[in-house]
Design a protein around this ligand. Sequence first.
Ligand code: CP3
Length: 358
Amino acid sequence: MSEEKSRAGVPGMTQALWESPFMRACRRESVPHTPVWLMRQAGRYMREYREVRARHTFLEMCKRPEVASEVTVYAAKRLKVDAAIIFADILLIIEPMGLELEFAKGEGPVIHNPVRAGRDVSRLREVEDVGALDYVYEAIRMTRRELPGNVPLIGFCGAPFTLASYIIEGGGSKNYVNTKRLMYTDAGAWHALMSLIARALGRYLNAQVGAGAQAVQLFDSWVGALGPDEYREFVLPHTRSVIQSVTRGVPVVHFGTGTASLLELMKEAGGDVIGLDWRVRLDEAWSRLGDVAVMGNFDPALLFTNPETVREHARRVLEQAANRPGHVFNLGHGIMPETPVENVVALVEAVHELSARA
Ligand code: CP3
């Protein structure tokens, strides 16, 4: 077995976790059924989540390990998915950099002191010690204790470009004008910012692994705003450095949306599993990518239809994957807040039934 695929040295990796369908699929090994989990599986579409959320702000939920752990475990058990993802947010890591983060009601994330000019980059703090995010590691430890012994727990972070876009825009954005202006006009400041983020992320992911995450995912949710040349020059080296710093033996999922023109470059940046949105055919994307596992592709809007339609489209995705080893079923992006829970449950059941190997 290659060094990359050895479980030796991965903290807390039991045989049951190592041999679980999700972990086997990440390594492109055969599976009894296609593993499925869903981005944002613990979220507002679930009544039980909304009940907890009514008593806490979103940031409080992230910062109270017992609460983060409760919603993570609840969602995984309710949906009977093959992996859990720790309840947290990609933006938590920017607080120890000296950025003021708020989740404003109905507005999504707001950063009160964004980086706008090159000189703002120099006032950011190097995150030498990722202990500021101890609450995440504690949530991972608690969650690992509560999850079934064959359900891996995924840790995560935002990828450098997506985090830089929030840090520069001060929140979500449509056209990324401030981000791109800094990128195009001040390459020195851009690379300084991206490498500061990348160093923090490497430490952060490995601390999550140390606490008990079996796999990690990078969310490059907004990188589809770039073309291939810009990705190669301004993003790829930084994302690659994060991925290369992850503890050996821990699968890395590299996910983005709007990435149809970037897939080969994302693979070059790294990852054992490449995440696809629904704007590409899974079979075409996979043949372009070659020897890597793939995840995703189911349109989250399909979850607003009905169980029969959900099942039919799950069948289509599975047909394109054609039982090739290395397929993790997931949505092309996160579950949306108003999604009917029964359709989500129906999706997981359909994937398990339709993909059961003879
Ligand atoms: O997937 C999971 O179940 C794990 C938890 C998770 C959350 N955010 C919880 C969350 C994960 C993996 C994330 C990642 C994240 N956060 C991303 C990348 C994934 C993606 O969707 O592309 C991004 C871009 C963020 C930043 C972020 N956090 C935004 C833009 C928002 C507001 C979105 C909205 O719909 O209001 C959040 C808040 C957030 N993160 C919520 C949840 C459950 C909703 C908060 C609430 O309860 O009000």
